[in-house]
Ligand binder design. Structure first.
Ligand code: CP3
Length: 341
């Protein structure tokens, strides 16, 4: 496939780029009035995710409106628990909610290993989006990392502490490993399916990495992330583990191309810990985008200089917040695109 703009793929592979590529986690969503319009036409978030035409439309919106260097397929990490046997609901203004959760051995035994076909609506959305993008920018596919998916399957909703999920690790570690392995196998099928459908690169989101100790992170998270990295060969692969500063050195040893960083980590220190064989992605604090334009420009340029001209993909350190001003978000993107070393 030939792209009009393949900066992000080249940066991920460590090749030379004319400028730093940029995209934003949660770039499709509530900061765009155009998204809210499409969303209002639908019964709810899930219907949007499950209808390829609409998922495609909102996936492409940030490419048109913000000018980002990649699209990310509009979906959610929670489609995997659903495909395994735990359906989720997205409760307006509250977030995800699962009617059933995992408590005992029989619950784990009842979980099926998902196949790519179970998520045919995501594959259809990817195929359609690839066609509509027509090579303008690459399309990113994604999944949740096993620990984060496990945390939702035990907890049944978001949580500040994920104490139920952590209790499970301390009280039923073997059962936890069984479930984590089933999630890992499902995720590998799902990601391979996304590549077959046309995804040009992939990202794994470990949003709740930060509630685990370094030792637990090795045992219950990195072990499975590493299996997934090893299974994906054909496209650049990014691992983003939020608040996993303690695991940066081990993440440098994963067989992936890019490591995502949040804003709590020092850039030079991260480079030293992770090494020169990986691309780094991130890591602006999304709250910078509440500041005035001159401050946004100053801090963005400071970030670009700290990462340097090679092996960097500019992004925020986590997803955009829904109340951010679209013009300021676009200003961040433009500041990156105008900068030259
Ligand atoms: O980045 C993108 O633009 C692609 C789409 C995307 C969504 N969710 C759409 C979404 C991606 C990559 C995700 C991943 C996701 N989902 C993560 C990992 C990344 C992260 O933020 O840490 C997690 C933890 C989830 C689970 C989830 N989905 C939560 C906790 C919530 C509720 C909180 C919120 O922001 O509303 C969601 C809902 C969700 N996923 C929305 C969107 C656009 C908002 C729902 C709406 O439009 O009403």
């Amino acid at each position: 496939m030939t792209f009009k703009n393949d900066l992000i793929l080249r940066a991920a592979r460590g090749e030379k780029v004319e400028r730093t590529p940029v995209w934003l986690m949660r770039q499709a969503g509530r900061i765009l009035p155009e998204y809210r319009e499409v969303r209002a036409k639908m019964g709810g978030f899930k219907e949007l995710v499950e209808t390829p035409e609409f998922a495609c439309e909102v996936t492409i919106q940030p490419v048109d409106i913000l000018g980002v260097d990649a699209a990310i397929i509009f979906s959610d990490i929670l489609v995997i628990p659903e495909a395994m046997g735990l359906p989720y609901q997205m409760v307006e203004a509250k977030g995800p909610w699962f009617e059933k959760t995992i408590k005992v051995a029989a619950d784990v035994a009842n979980m099926r290993i998902a196949q790519a076909d179970d998520l045919h609506y995501v594959m259809d959305a990817i195929r359609l989006t690839k066609k509509e993008l027509a090579g303008r920018v690459p399309l990113i596919g994604f999944a949740g990392a096993p620990w984060t998916i496990f945390a939702y399957m035990i907890e049944g909703s978001g949580s500040k502490t994920f104490s139920k999920a952590k209790r499970f690790l301390y009280t039923q570690p073997e059962l936890a490993h069984q479930l984590l392995q089933k999630i890992t196998d499902s995720t590998i099928h799902y990601l391979k399916g996304q590549v077959l459908a046309g995804a040009d690169m992939l990202q794994l989101f470990d949003s709740w990495a930060g509630v685990l100790s370094p030792e637990q992170y090795n045992e219950f998270a990195l072990k499975y992330i590493s299996q997934i990295c090893d299974a994906i060969k054909d496209v650049p692969f990014t691992v983003f583990a939020k608040d996993a500063h303690f695991a940066r050195k081990q993440m440098g040893m994963l067989s992936c191309d890019t490591i995502g960083l949040d804003w709590t980590t020092d850039i030079e220190e991260s480079r030293a810990l992770i090494g020169n064989t990986k691309t780094l992605q991130g890591n602006m604090d999304p709250c910078l985008l509440y500041a005035d334009y001159s401050k946004i420009k100053l801090e963005t340029q400071k970030m670009l200089k700290a990462f340097g001209p090679h092996r960097h993909i500019a992004n925020l350190g986590h997803g955009l917040y829904p109340d951010l001003d679209k013009d300021k978000v676009k200003y961040f993107v433009d500041t990156v695109k105008e900068f030259r070393f």
